[in-house]
Design a binder for this molecule. Structure first.
Ligand code: RIB
Ligand code: CA
Length: 307
């Protein structure tokens, strides 16, 4: 089993990533932390709490974190994820509250209690992770790995230079990538290959009540056609933890631009190490067929369990 702690901003693809965790027999979810991102913190937290119950995740602690970026005005994506953050998916409201305490403390305390055992997965802006690194720098040693859905070594999606999770809090991203760990960066270069086409969407039906999340969420995320559809970005970060062999990664030095007039939020990825130690392992390719085989087998398993 691999213990994972998910820091997220649900968010449609965050929700599908959480469902992948719930359907993966090799993952043990030990915590969820939320951050303002796709929608405001109150909504990302409400969505995480509702998903915890809808996906039968038991008493996994859910702790809210930072509502805003370290130094910048909010960047939101409700035009993509809908007013609630889950698109057209409507879940029963949570009946159980969030954990006491802040996300940063849940991250630090959970990693401290199990050094070397827990993989931290970040699928939203990196504000909580940056604050955790600042509060307790030793988490870079305590985390078994840090897997980030974010960045790109080609083009952005928020603008030509920047991917959403990075541009939302570039200073936080710079702190995280500059810290003394070597995260795995699952960027748009591979996640844009993980598109849910109509043939794949058709296979999200018939999974019991899980379909009530998957289908409306995916349908409202982006137009679904025979040849294209919404990119399920965040699930790629989880898929990497389940089966790294689905990805090709290359060591690189990654710097985050925080001052460029047109390039702030860009992950400047240098694959030419020039005798420098790599600061990240950057995903450069994805076995798309293998990814969807994993997604569908996990969702089928989860759907059967949820009924
Ligand atoms: O750029 C894609 C990322 O931004 C995903 O994490 C999505 O949920 C949004 O937060
Ligand atoms: Ca996200």
């Amino acid at each position: 089993m691999t213990k994972v702690l998910l820091d997220c901003d649900p968010g449609i693809d965050d929700a599908l990533a959480l469902a992948l965790i719930a359907g993966s027999p090799t993952l043990d979810l030990v915590g969820v932390t939320t951050v303002g991102g796709n929608v405001d913190l109150a909504l990302t937290t409400a969505n995480a709490l509702a998903l915890r119950e809808f996906l039968d995740l038991g008493d996994v602690p859910v702790a809210p974190g930072s509502p805003v970026a370290l130094m910048r005005d909010n960047v939101r994506a409700s035009h993509v994820h809908g007013a609630t953050g889950l698109g057209a998916a409507v879940l029963p409201p949570a009946t159980k509250p969030a954990a006491d305490g802040h996300a940063v403390d849940l991250i630090v305390d959970t990693l401290r209690a199990a050094p070397g055992e827990i993989t931290l997965i970040a699928t939203g802006p990196l504000t909580n992770v940056a604050l955790a690194v600042r509060k307790e720098p030793r988490i870079v040693d305590w985390a078994n790995d840090l897997v980030i859905m974010g960045g790109s070594y080609t083009r952005g999606n928020h603008n030509p230079a920047a991917e959403f999770n990075i541009i939302t809090d570039p200073e936080a991203a710079a702190i995280v990538f500059d810290a003394a760990w070597v995260p795995t960066m699952i960027g748009l270069d591979v996640t844009l290959k993980a598109r849910m086409t109509s043939a794949l969407l058709d296979r999200m039906w018939g999974l019991g009540r899980l379909s009530d999340l998957l289908v409306p969420a995916a349908q409202s995320y982006a137009q679904v056609t025979e040849t294209s559809g919404p990119a399920i970005h965040d699930a790629c970060a989880v898929a990497y933890v389940v089966d790294p062999s689905l990805f090709t990664t290359v060591p690189a030095v990654v710097n985050v631009e925080t001052a460029g007039r047109y390039t702030t939020g860009m992950t400047v990825v240098d694959f030419n190490l020039r005798d420098r130690a790599p600061s990240a392992q950057v995903a450069t390719d994805l076995d798309v067929g293998g990814f969807w085989d994993l997604m569908l087998s996990s969702y089928k398993r989860l759907g059967a369990r949820l009924g």
